[in-house]
Design a protein around this ligand. Structure first.
Ligand SMILES: Nc1ncnc2c1ncn2[C@@H]1O[C@H](COP(=O)(O)OP(=O)(O)O)[C@@H](O)[C@H]1O
Ligand SMILES: [Mg+2]
Length: 482
């Protein structure tokens, strides 16, 4: 099954003119590259595109290269191998001719992640290179100074909600789909100026249906960094990058583990790779367990390294858009919480109506399960007797036909009881009247007749509920009565 290309790639502008709301930055970049091409080496040979994530920096470099006919040599600052490559390029720089057939520009993405030890290499590269060098950074001031000094800065603005909505609408148009306006606004608001995040959200929502859009987006809002971190882990084969991905994530390692665990099967497809990823996860789990037992939380670091880097290098990842799912286990916990709540309420009712201690009541619940499974008639009487609601019946009998049948029967019993209850009330009324009449010496209905009437109105299944108070009823009692 071919996976769809990530929209952030599919709809990345190919031309500089399509980049929204960065006019000033684009002008500067163009002027700079044109100086290169005119043979006037600019004062600063390198350019730093600095600004918030998802504002168009990387897009600019590739659109620029396209329009001006450059091949992009991309170096990744947080990739160890980069420095070997840089060595080679420093050597090659002398021989590469900028106006030659295949003119090249060097692009150092995420220059704010450069290791201090690598900074010197890059500074050397800038000095020697005869190619345009572009860098991008989210945090200008985190770029090592020796590099900053050699480069001119071009500032990228944080995109506005309007910019983002415009860009999203354009994508929807080209996809030929629509989403409700509120969803669109929701996405734009949550993105915080990051068009990449917004486009990913849009794809998530369109792929997964808009019904739960708000929920998904709300989740992304609170768990924003974990979505981003996971996307990074699952996009890289680089151990160090994977480790760094979770740095800002405000989450305990065992929670993070659940998130990673949940998403492994969407990322890897080959059984061996999946196995390796789970191997890393279970190692991480072991570290976490040990940390918990011994209180040596230093182990958390190893655990986190295993679950990030260990998983990232486990194999060949699927290409394309990866929808990150929140872990089911967290959902399961909330599910089992309502399950627990239901169990508790049923047990309480058993304790109350059958005057049992908790343990007995729990045991009785198991019997009830068997009865509900095999005998809807009796089960229905229990429903009335214990005054269970539909959710509780479902909890005992499971969802489906069985529950429906038991519930319908119990409604009928209920109705009958109500009628009989009215009868009972009338009989009581009659008895009172006759007693009064007796006192007045007027006679009336005999004692015998009254008793008979009372026997007749004894409600079915309900047993002598009122009398039973204070005395323990067993399941057996109940079965005999019904
Ligand atoms: N100003 C912009 N105009 C149009 N698309 C943009 C703009 N900024 C970001 N995007 C879109 O958002 C995604 C990420 O953009 P990118 O240039 O990689 O961001 P960054 O600034 O983090 O390098 C791409 O799909 C790109 O098409
Ligand atoms: Mg970028």
């Amino acid at each position: 099954m071919p996976r769809e290309a990530p929209w952030v790639e599919k709809y990345r502008p190919r031309r500089l003119a399509e980049i929204v709301n960065q006019t000033k930055a684009i002008e500067q970049v163009k002027a700079w590259i044109e100086a290169w091409l005119a043979g006037k080496l600019p004062k600063k040979k390198a350019l730093i595109l600095a600004g918030p994530p998802g504002s168009g920096k990387t897009t600019t470099v590739y659109a620029l290269a396209r329009e001006y006919g450059f091949e992009v040599i991309e170096l990744n600052a947080s990739d160890e191998r980069t420095y070997e490559k840089i060595e080679r390029y420093v050597q090659a720089a002398y021989t590469m001719d900028i106006l030659g057939k295949h003119r090249k520009l060097i692009f150092l993405d995420e220059a704010d992640n450069i290791e201090p030890s690598g900074a010197k290499e890059i500074a050397k590269l800038i000095d020697k290179a005869r190619n345009p060098i572009l860098m991008s950074a989210n945090h200008y001031w985190e770029i090592p100074r020796e590099i900053r000094n050699k480069a001119q800065i071009v500032e990228y603005k944080r995109l506005t909600q309007r910019d983002i909505i415009k860009a999203l609408v354009r994508i929807l148009h080209r996809e030929g789909v629509t989403v409700p306006k509120e969803v669109l606004y929701d996405i734009a608001k949550h993105a915080g100026g990051d068009l990449r995040a917004a486009v990913n959200d849009l794809q998530t929502v369109v792929t997964g249906g808009t019904e739960d859009a708000h929920e998904v987006l709300a989740y992304r809002d609170t768990e924003k960094s974990v979505f981003q971190a996971l996307a990074q882990i699952f996009a890289t084969d680089n151990a160090k990058k994977a480790k760094m991905a979770t740095l800002g994530v405000d989450m305990f390692p065992h929670e993070l583990l659940q998130w990673i665990d949940e998403n492994v099967p969407y990322v890897y497809s080959r059984p061996g790779d999946i196995a390796r990823a789970y191997e890393a996860i279970s190692r991480a789990d072991i570290y976490l367990g040990r940390a918990q037992r011994t209180g040596s939380y230093g182990l958390w670091k190893y655990a986190t390294d295993m679950m990030t880097a260990g998983v990232a290098v486990a194999g060949v990842k699927k290409k394309g858009f990866v929808r990150i799912y929140p872990p089911k286990t967290i959902k399961l916990l909330t599910q089992s919480k309502t399950e627990r709540a239901l169990r508790d309420s049923v047990v309480k009712k058993i304790m109350k109506e059958m005057h049992m201690a908790k343990l007995e009541a729990l045991e009785t619940l198991n019997y009830l399960r068997a009865i509900f499974e095999n005998n809807p008639e009796v089960a229905a009487h229990f429903v009335v007797y214990l005054d269970l609601d539909l959710k509780e019946v479902e909890f005992i009998a499971g969802e489906g036909e069985k529950t429906k049948k038991i519930w319908a029967k119990s409604m009928n019993i209920e109705k009958r009881l109500k009628r009989e209850g009215e009868l009972e009330a009338r009989a009581r009324e009659a008895k009172k009247e006759s007693e009064e009449a007796e006192e007045e010496g007027q006679g009336g209905i005999s004692e015998e007749e009254l008793e008979k009437a009372e026997e007749e109105i004894e409600p079915v299944g309900k047993g002598s509920r009122k009398e039973k108070k204070g005395k323990q009823a067993t399941l057996f009692d109940f079965l005999r009565k019904s």
